[in-house]
Design a protein around this ligand. Structure first.
Ligand code: BEZ
Ligand code: FE
Length: 291
């Protein structure tokens, strides 16, 4: 009895097609088109780069290391996504805002949500190390109306370029972080120290890989903000120090013209004091999406 030939023998030409054919094609399966596309692109990369089985084991070993490098304080997968430009691209695709609204950038791996709410005017540097910086600003809508009660979450690196959760033994918990609430005129203000630019962590698998490739791992000095208000799109963004030399080569593609500000030096008694003012402009949330 002759055997019917198997319809499709797996080979280089038909590999992703075979994968796709095994997936249910029903309209209710939202996973099928996603998996089909992911596998198609993965097979394309393999066909282009032609790794040996040993090369491929190295890739799997690398991805295993990325997973093992993650813990409560460190998110190596986020770093991989950020440095490959994936996080910035996802933001670009999802948050096309009307002209005049503050753009989003990536949130990055050093965000913490369990941060204390502080009164306006608070000093968020808990060790006081660094040059003083007064930050003030306003949260408003596209017509210039204040958004009173808007929540302002901020976090930043210290004067050496390290976040509190990178140095739990050297910096006080919650150093250089806080949640503030805009007053009835949409205004907010707090005191801090001037952050330094920094190199993204290169002591893990992702940083090591990119350093080996000669990729620049610098981030220009910046403050992080998440701004939330009911009925408006949440803004996740950075404000960059306009004097930083590395604005043009940010490792994670976060710099945008609208987010650069000159920190102004205000000389009082010879000790440096800087000030920064920034207006956050929120766009209304689209119907069906929350703030
Ligand atoms: C940050 O700005 O905190 C950051 C973002 C992406 C990668 C590393 C750091
Ligand atoms: Fe940062």
């Amino acid at each position: 009895m002759s055997q019917r030939p198997i319809a499709l023998d797996f080979n280089e030409a038909n590999s992703s097609e075979i994968f796709a054919q095994r997936l249910p094609q029903s309209k209710d399966s939202s996973l099928s088109p996603i998996l089909t596309s992911v596998v198609e692109h993965l097979h394309e990369i393999i066909k282009e780069l032609r790794p040996t089985p040993s090369d491929w084991r190295n890739v799997i070993e690398f991805l295993t290391e990325v997973g093992h490098a993650c813990d409560e304080r460190r998110q190596e997968w986020v770093l991989l996504s950020d440095l490959f430009g994936a996080s910035a691209l996802v933001e670009e695709i999802n948050t096309r805002r009307p002209k005049g609204a503050t753009p989003n950038t990536v949130r990055g791996p050093f965000f913490r949500k369990d941060v204390p709410e502080l009164p306006l005017g608070s000093m968020i540097s808990l060790d006081g190390i660094g040059e003083r910086l007064n930050v003030s600003g306003r949260v408003q809508d596209l017509d210039g109306h204040p958004i009173s009660g808007a929540e302002i979450i901020t976090w930043q690196a210290n004067a050496q370029g390290f976040y509190e959760n990178q140095q739990p033994d050297q910096q006080p918990e919650f150093n250089l972080r806080g949640i503030l609430r805009a007053d009835e005129d949409g205004r907010f203000y707090y005191r801090t120290i001037k952050p330094a630019g920094y190199g993204v962590p290169d002591d893990g698998p992702v940083g090591r890989l990119l350093r080996q490739a000669g990729y620049p791992l610098r981030r220009p000095a910046h403050l992080h903000f998440v701004i939330k208000a009911p009925g408006f799109e949440t803004i996740t963004t950075h404000v960059y120090d306009g004097r930083d030399q590395h604005l043009g080569e940010d490792a994670i593609f976060g710099v945008k013209q609208d987010l650069i500000r000159e920190f102004e030096r205000v000389s009082t008694d010879g000790t440096p004091l800087w000030q920064l003012n920034f207006t956050f402009v929120m766009a209304r949330a689209k119907q069906g999406t929350g703030a």
